[in-house]
Ligand binder design. Structure first.
Ligand code: SF4
Length: 391
């Protein structure tokens, strides 16, 4: 059976294969193409794209109007709960890489009681109903433990009217995803980091699972085969020349639609930030704010129903710009160290802001964005649409 990894090399070599669009042609395409028109992807390489000029203004405006029509200026609140910072991988841009023995890294693995306390605090004190479990690649926290954690959080949420449990972890086997769905998992996100094979291998040394480029590339198909209906795909923008990486990401999303009968429904948009204890802090490949913002807007026009995962890696101001029109996942409170909410653990995987939900959701309201805390009904609609598509 063909998997995306079988096509990667050909697609990589074809991207970008065309002559960049000239400014006039780009402006016409940006004005006239309907949302969802795949030819919009050509704008990534157009003259004037990301320069803050007329082309960007059209795309930002159309993105906002398209999102607003679909999602009524509503964002979906989500909060990460880190479970372990113990990792046997070696990603050179990460504070949690196994070889980092410096003072800036704290290795913590939560017990189930500690995890429960973190979740209860976020649910009862901060009002969250969508919890995202986040894991480093901890040799002692394997899929069976992740299933137990999903069940634990699911039960806590059910006692309070229910909602959504998601996962951000290493790439897993299809059976593992199947077990997680049975345990109550609603969504699963995984970032490919980069589609540039050479860069990928340079940045992910070692003998673990992460250096297996193809295994990670095909994880999204395994999720979909296993019955995960809300799948997140993305790259860590800045690891490699970003236009080519985004073009490949778009190709991958199109492939999933055509070959799996279902799309990724969440878009990861992390941008590289300098982390303490990392070996790679910056690259020449990181887009400016203007480039980054218009790239997300272009993606919104290409795939209007896909929700960008807006994270506190960015300033609150930029988060609100990225969220224009709604139709995104939105992070408020955030720590990237296990026990960061209730145990006072210092440290982080990478620097991030934390925008206290009761305060900052009001700021969003002032900007015309409302917050959906319990988006279980949205998840149910996704599942219903999937079943209808199959009928
Ligand atoms: S990015 Fe993830 S897998 Fe890589 S070193 Fe950091 S925690 Fe481990």
């Amino acid at each position: 059976m063909t998997m995306f990894s079988d096509l990667h090399e050909r697609l990589w070599n074809e991207t970008p294969g065309e002559k960049p669009l000239a400014s006039d042609e780009a402006l016409s395409l940006a004005r006239a193409a309907a949302p969802g028109d795949r030819t919009l992807a050509r704008l990534l390489f157009a003259e004037g794209f990301g320069t803050g000029g007329a082309l960007d203004a059209i795309l930002l405006d159309r993105s906002e109007r398209t999102k607003s029509a679909l999602f009524s200026n509503t964002v979906q609140a989500v909060v990460p709960i880190y479970v372990s910072s113990i990792c046997n991988e070696h990603c050179l841009y990460c504070n949690y890489r196994a070889d980092n023995h410096g003072d800036a890294v704290q290795r913590v693995r939560l017990t189930d009681d500690q995890l429960r306390r973190e979740a209860e605090f976020l649910i009862d004190e901060k009002g969250f109903r969508c919890l995202e479990l986040v894991y480093a690649t901890d040799p002692l926290v394997r899929p069976a433990a992740m299933c137990r954690h999903v069940e634990l959080l699911r039960n806590l949420l059910e006692q309070r009217g229910g909602s959504v449990v998601g996962l951000s972890a290493e790439a897993l086997d299809e059976n593992d995803y199947r077990d997680l769905v049975s345990a109550g998992l609603s969504f699963s996100v995984l970032w490919q980091e980069t589609y540039d094979r050479w860069r990928y291998q340079q940045l992910h040394p070692g003998r673990g699972k992460k250096p297996r480029f193809e295994y990670r590339l095909d994880a999204f198909e395994r999720m979909l085969s296993a019955g995960v209906r809300d799948v997140g795909i993305g790259i860590l923008t800045g690891l490699s020349p970003w236009r080519r990486d985004w073009a490949m990401l778009i190709s991958h999303e199109m492939y999933l639609r055509e070959h799996c009968g279902q799309a990724a429904t969440i878009l990861g948009i992390p941008r590289l930030k300098s982390a303490p204890g990392a070996q790679v802090h910056t690259t020449p490949f990181t887009p400016s704010d203007a480039e980054f913002q218009v790239t997300v807007a272009l993606h919104n026009l290409l795939f209007p129903e896909v929700r960008p995962f807006v994270s506190t890696r960015e300033s609150f101001e930029l988060c609100t710009q990225l969220a224009r029109g709604g139709g995104c996942l939105f992070t408020f409170n955030c720590t990237t160290i296990p026990g960061g909410y209730t145990m006072g653990n210092p440290g982080c995987q990478f620097p991030s802001g934390s925008y206290d939900a009761p305060v900052y959701s009001k700021k969003l309201t002032q900007l015309g964005l409302s917050t959906d805390w319990n988006w279980a009904p949205y998840e149910q609609a996704l599942y219903a649409a999937h079943i209808e598509n199959r009928a």
